[in-house]
Design a protein around this ligand. Structure first.
Ligand code: CA
Ligand code: CA
Length: 608
C-alpha cells in the first residue's frame, strides 16, 4: 500500500517530465523537474521507501489500466533517473541541484525554487486544503469519501492545464527557457476519451460542446466531456426537440419536453407544465467565463500522495475528461451533492441552485460555458466560446447570462503589460458577444457582467503563507516568473508597483467599460447589469464566520477561488441581484411545494 502511494507521485512526475515527449506540454523541462523532484524527494524522505521500488510498482500495477502511459513509464523507470533521485534523497541534494545532475536543468540556470532544503516549514503549517490539512494532522485517509480520494487522478490533467495549457490563453501557451531564450511551440489540447496521444488533431477553441450528443441539441446524458456536469442532462438524446430550457413543444403533456421532471396531467386533464409553470417566469442560466466559471482546481493531494488511497485509479478516465474543472460544484452552475465536490464547510451553492429553488420549473435549465484561459477575445464570435451555447431563439425560455471574464485579459506569463487586452479591443469583443447573444436568446433575458477581480488580494492574502510544496508563495511566484510561465505575471508578482499598475491602469480600466456599454447600448432580447466582483466583501463574510482568508484561495495555484470561495461568490452575486436587479431572478413560484409533492427531486440532475 505505502509503496503504491509513492508510486502515484512518480506517476505524476513521469507524466509531467515526459510531457513534451508526448506532446502534452511545451514547458521548461527544468521547471517541471524541479517541482516534481521536490515532491518526490519530500515524499521519499517521509516514507523512507526506495525510489526504484516505487517505480517498479508503478509500471507493473498502474499502467496496465493506462496504456497511454507506457512511454512515460519507460522514462520514469530509467536507471539514471531512479538512481540519481535516490542519491539526491540520500545526500540532501535540493531538487534544483538534483535536476542539474539529471541534466534537466542547465548548470547556470538563474531560477531557484527551493532556497532552503529540506523545507523548514512542516506540512501541517503550509497552506493546504481542508482535507489534506486534516489528513496531515493525523486523520484516517481510508475514511475519506471516495470522490475525494479520486482527486489525485484529476491532477493528471490539472497539472497539464495549469502548467501551460488551460490556465493561459491559447496564444500565450509557450515556455521560455531563460538559458536559451527560445520559445517552444504551443502544445495542442487533446480531449478525445481523456487519452492523450501525440498526433491527435488539436481541438479548436470553440469546440467545447458535449462529445456524446446523439441528437445534436448540445445537451448530453453523459456527465463528463462537456455533458451534464456542464449543462442540464438531456432526458432524450434521440430527440433534438427535447432538452433543458425548451419552451415550445409539439408533444402532449406526457412528454417531459424540457427535462425539468414535470409532466403529465391533473384530474381535469390540464397539463402539469401549464398548471404549475406557465406564467411563473421560468428561465435558465448560462455561465460564460473562464477557469473561475468552470471551477478549475488542482487538488493539493498531488503534492502529498502519501495520503492517497491505493484505489485512486478507479474511474480515472471520466475524471480527466472534465478538463481539471468542477463545473458541477461551481458558483455559477454547481448542482452536485457536497460529497461529490471538493470539501468545504459550506458545501455547494450556486446561482443555478438558487434560481431553481426560486422556481422549481427551472430544474436542469443551466449551461456552463466556462473555458480555462478564456478572455473576452476568445469568448466573442465568430467561432468564440459564446457560440457553443444552445440557440434559444423562438424555442426556449429566457435566460440569465452570466458573463464573467475575471482575469485573463490582464493575466499571462509575459513580464510586461503589452499583452494585456486594450480597452478598445475589450469593448469590441464584449459588444460582439452581446450582438451574438441578442440573436441567440429568447426575449426577456438578462446579461450580467461580472468584472475583472482585483487580484492584488491574492498577494496580500498569501505573501506570508507557505505553498504546499514547501516554499513561501513569493518564492513560488518569483520562480514561475523567472521562467515566464506564471498564469498571471500581473497579480502573482512580488513587485508592488507591477500589481498596482495591473489594477489601476488595466483591470480597473477594463471594468469601467461595462457601465459604459450599459449606458450607451440597448438590445432587443435582454437587459444588462454589472457586478464588480468584490472579493474583500467575500473575505469579510468568511472572517465573520470564523474562517481565514487563505481558505478562499486554492492552495496549489494560489490563484483560483476554493470551493468555499465559490459558495461565497454565488451568495454575494445573488444578494447583489436580489437587491439591485431582482427582475433577473424573477418571482418565487407559488407552486413550488406542489411540484415537490408531485415530482420529488424531479429526476435529479443525473447520476453524479
Ligand atoms: Ca442531446
Ligand atoms: Ca435531446
Amino acid at each position: 500500500m505505502a509503496s503504491k502511494r509513492v508510486a502515484s507521485v512518480l506517476l505524476i512526475a513521469a507524466v509531467l517530465m515526459s510531457g513534451s515527449a508526448v506532446g502534452v506540454m511545451a514547458f521548461p523541462k527544468c521547471l517541471i523537474c524541479t517541482l516534481l523532484t521536490g515532491i518526490i524527494e519530500q515524499v521519499a524522505l517521509d516514507t523512507q521507501l526506495p525510489v526504484s521500488t516505487a517505480i517498479d510498482n508503478l509500471c507493473t500495477d498502474v499502467t496496465k489500466d493506462l496504456p497511454f502511459l507506457d512511454g512515460v513509464c519507460e522514462i520514469a523507470g530509467g536507471v539514471v533517473f531512479a538512481s540519481t533521485v535516490q542519491s539526491c534523497v540520500n545526500n540532501g541534494v535540493s531538487p534544483d541541484n538534483c535536476c542539474k545532475q539529471l541534466k534537466w536543468c542547465d548548470d547556470n540556470s538563474p531560477c531557484t525554487l527551493f532556497k532552503e532544503w529540506p523545507p523548514k516549514v512542516p506540512l501541517t503549517q503550509r497552506h493546504l486544503g481542508p482535507q489534506l490539512l486534516e489528513l496531515a494532522q493525523g486523520a484516517d485517509f481510508n475514511a475519506m469519501p471516495k470522490a475525494q480520494s479520486l482527486e489525485l487522478v484529476r491532477a493528471f490533467s490539472g497539472v497539464a492545464a495549469y502548467l501551460g495549457l488551460g490556465a493561459m490563453d491559447k496564444n500565450e501557451r509557450r515556455g521560455v527557457s531563460p538559458a536559451h531564450g527560445k520559445h517552444h511551440a504551443p502544445a495542442p489540447v487533446h480531449r478525445h476519451s481523456g487519452k492523450v496521444n501525440a498526433g491527435d488533431t488539436p481541438i479548436p477553441v470553440a469546440d467545447h460542446l458535449p462529445l456524446f450528443d446523439d441528437d445534436g441539441d448540445r445537451f448530453s446524458p453523459y456527465g463528463a466531456l462537456r455533458g451534464y456536469h456542464w449543462r442540464g442532462m438531456d432526458c432524450n438524446d434521440k430527440d433534438k426537440s427535447v432538452y433543458p430550457g425548451r419552451q415550445a413543444t409539439t408533444y402532449g403533456p406526457e412528454v417531459d419536453h424540457n427535462c425539468n421532471g414535470i409532466y403529465g396531467s391533473n384530474a381535469q386533464g390540464e397539463s402539469y407544465e401549464d398548471v404549475l409553470c406557465k406564467g411563473t417566469g421560468q428561465r435558465g442560466i448560462i455561465s460564460l467565463g473562464d477557469s473561475v466559471t468552470a471551477h478549475f482546481r488542482i487538488p493539493d493531494y498531488m503534492l502529498r500522495p502519501a495520503y492517497i488511497n491505493a484505489s485512486t485509479y478507479e474511474n480515472l478516465i471520466p475524471l480527466v475528461e472534465d478538463e481539471a474543472d468542477w463545473p458541477l460544484c461551481s458558483w455559477g452552475t454547481g448542482f452536485a451533492n457536497a460529497s461529490s465536490c471538493p470539501y468545504s464547510k459550506l458545501g455547494v451553492d450556486s446561482l443555478a441552485l438558487k434560481l431553481r429553488a426560486n422556481n422549481l420549473c427551472n430544474h436542469r435549465d443551466f449551461q456552463n460555458a466556462g473555458v480555462n484561459g478564456a478572455r473576452v477575445g476568445s469568448m466573442a464570435p465568430p467561432g468564440g466560446i459564446v457560440t457553443t451555447i444552445h440557440n434559444r431563439t423562438g424555442t426556449d425560455q429566457p435566460a440569465v447570462v452570466i458573463y464573467a471574464l475575471v482575469g485573463n485579459d490582464v493575466c499571462n506569463g509575459h513580464p510586461d503589460f503589452s499583452r494585456m487586452t486594450t480597452p478598445a479591443d475589450f469593448e469590441a469583443s464584449v459588444v460582439a458577444a452581446l450582438e451574438y447573444l441578442d440573436a441567440a436568446l429568447a426575449p426577456n433575458s438578462y446579461v450580467i457582467f461580472v468584472g475583472l477581480a482585483d487580484g492584488r488580494i491574492l498577494f496580500d492574502t498569501l505573501q506570508n503563507e507557505t505553498h504546499p510544496i514547501g516554499v513561501p508563495y513569493p518564492d513560488f511566484y518569483d520562480y514561475l516568473n523567472c521562467y515566464e510561465t506564471s498564469p498571471c505575471w500581473g497579480w502573482m508578482n512580488t513587485n508592488t508597483t507591477v500589481r498596482d499598475i495591473t489594477w489601476n491602469e488595466h483591470a480597473n480600466v477594463l471594468n469601467n467599460i461595462y457601465p459604459k456599454i450599459i449606458s450607451e447600448r440597448s438590445y432587443d432580447n435582454f437587459e444588462m447589469f454589472y457586478v464588480p466582483p468584490d472579493f474583500q466583501r467575500i473575505i469579510d463574510a468568511w472572517l465573520a464566520m470564523g474562517g481565514h482568508a487563505r481558505e478562499l484561495i486554492e492552495p496549489v495555484d494560489g490563484f483560483h477561488p476554493s470551493q468555499t470561495g465559490n459558495v461565497l461568490l454565488a451568495q454575494q452575486i445573488w444578494a447583489d441581484l436580489k437587491a439591485n436587479f431582482s427582475q433577473a431572478i424573477g418571482p418565487e413560484n407559488p407552486n413550488n411545494a406542489q411540484i415537490t409533492a408531485l415530482f420529488g427531486d424531479q429526476g435529479g440532475y443525473g447520476p453524479v
